[in-house]
Design a protein around this ligand. Structure first.
Ligand code: KG4
Ligand code: ZN
Length: 388
């Protein structure tokens, strides 16, 4: 089945054509126009600007993707959740195409796309396809969402828990801003954290409790950190803000303290001088801060996922969403699943499909198209608050 996927829920305009079958998913063509360079100037996504950029790009992208390719059997569009200014562009384009070319239309939830992103094999080829076995548990961590979703079978979603405030990716972006790092902050923090000490700063792990020296899920029934699968990241962001207000990071490489680090990677705008730190082994730099922060987010995401997996015993655990590109999170989750869940397989997206893309939307839509779950062109609507 040839499927045209359209994604425009945030700051990527993406269009893809896939050949989908029970054997796997073959990406014939995918083109994504990223708006990161534009939004960087504002330190985050500006909805009006995003909408205008989507409107500018979408028709040329569709034209380019369909050039010299077979006619699609279905058109799949991500119609929520996300920014209404972007969703509307994708949905109106899909509606128009469906009507004018007489091709059935499928509406999918953006998060279903992130879940199915793991099924797109290496390099987008069907070879090496990873199949989801049910029941499956998905941790979706992106700029807008952090959710644990149980799927007893394909297409049946039960949200076990979600963030009560900021999403994990949003927390990465906001903490990066505190460190004068550009948007999006996740990849920047991850890059600096690679050379840092993750134990340098004792940051909180919201919704976990400390038992002796280890952070664990709280099994008790009362209190904020009680026994559930919810997340919360705004307190971690605030803890970072207070820490940085009290402890300006050193702004240069200090060979005496950190000979392994390159120069130029430290926080700008603090008042201490290189010489203030020269004899000080305990100075904290940006790399240590990033590594400690990344560890705190990873601990929360992994502990909650393992707890849910031990309870629901899924055959597959899926990690999806932009934050799934994070190496520390990938490696830690993999290790913990191997240690705690003998019969569970972890599926990770090819990093290329961690971020928003139209191929994952097409794959999610394939399952609906197969069951003929179409939406008529004059019935589809963008829904910025669509919950799974
Ligand atoms: O799924 P996505 O592309 O867009 C949304 O649906 O929100 O996710 C974008 C988010 C951003 O917050 C970005 O900082 C985060 O994913 N991200 C990362 C990494 N790469 C992207 N977070 C942590 N580590 C990364 N390597
Ligand atoms: Zn996303």
């Amino acid at each position: 089945m040839i499927i045209l996927g359209i994604e425009s829920s945030c700051d990527d305009t993406s269009v893809a054509l896939l050949d989908c079958s029970s054997k796997g998913f073959f990406v014939l063509k995918e083109i994504t126009a990223s708006q990161i360079e534009i939004h960087k100037k504002y330190g985050g996504v500006v909805p009006e600007v995003a909408g205008r950029m989507h409107a500018e790009k979408i028709v040329p992208l569709i034209e380019e993707v369909l050039k010299n390719q077979p006619k699609p059997d279905s058109i799949v569009v991500s119609s929520g959740p996300g920014l209404i200014t972007g969703l509307i562009v994708g949905v109106e384009s899909a509606r128009t195409l469906s009507y004018s070319l007489d091709i059935p239309l499928v509406s999918v939830n953006h998060l279903e796309g992130h879940i199915h992103s793991v099924e797109i094999g290496e390099g987008g080829l069907s070879a090496g396809r990873q199949e989801i076995k049910y029941p499956a548990l998905a941790l979706i961590a992106s700029g807008g969402h952090t959710e644990l979703v149980l799927m007893k079978k394909q297409g049946k979603y039960q949200v076990l828990g979600k963030t009560r405030d900021d999403a994990a990716g949003e927390c990465f972006d906001k903490v990066a801003k505190l460190l004068d790092l550009p948007y999006p902050g996740g990849p920047q923090i991850s890059k600096l954290g690679k050379n840092g000490n993750s134990k340098a700063i004792d940051l909180p792990r919201p919704m976990l409790v400390r038992r002796k020296s280890e952070w664990v899920c709280n099994e008790s029934k009362g209190g904020l950190n009680r026994d559930n699968f919810d997340f919360s990241f705004s307190g971690l962001k605030t803890a970072c803000l207070y820490y940085l207000q009290k402890n300006p990071l050193c702004n240069k490489t200090i060979p005496d303290c950190h000979p392994e680090l390159d120069s130029g990677s430290f926080s700008q705008g603090n008042t201490k001088k290189d010489s203030d730190f020269r004899q000080n082994d305990s100075c904290v730099n940006k790399n240590d801060f990033c590594a400690s922060f990344e560890q705190a987010v990873t601990d929360v995401l992994v502990k909650k996922t393992i707890k849910a997996a031990l309870k629901h015993k899924p055959k597959t655990v899926i990690l999806g969403g932009g934050v799934s590109a994070n190496k520390k999170l990938r490696v830690t989750l993999e290790k913990e699943i191997q240690t705690n869940l003998e019969n569970t397989k972890l599926l990770l997206p090819n990093p290329k499909y961690s971020m928003d893309n139209a191929s994952m939307i097409a794959v999610a839509g394939y399952y609906k198209a197969k069951k003929k779950k179409f939406t008529k062109w004059n019935k589809i609507d963008a829904n910025p608050n669509w919950e799974l």
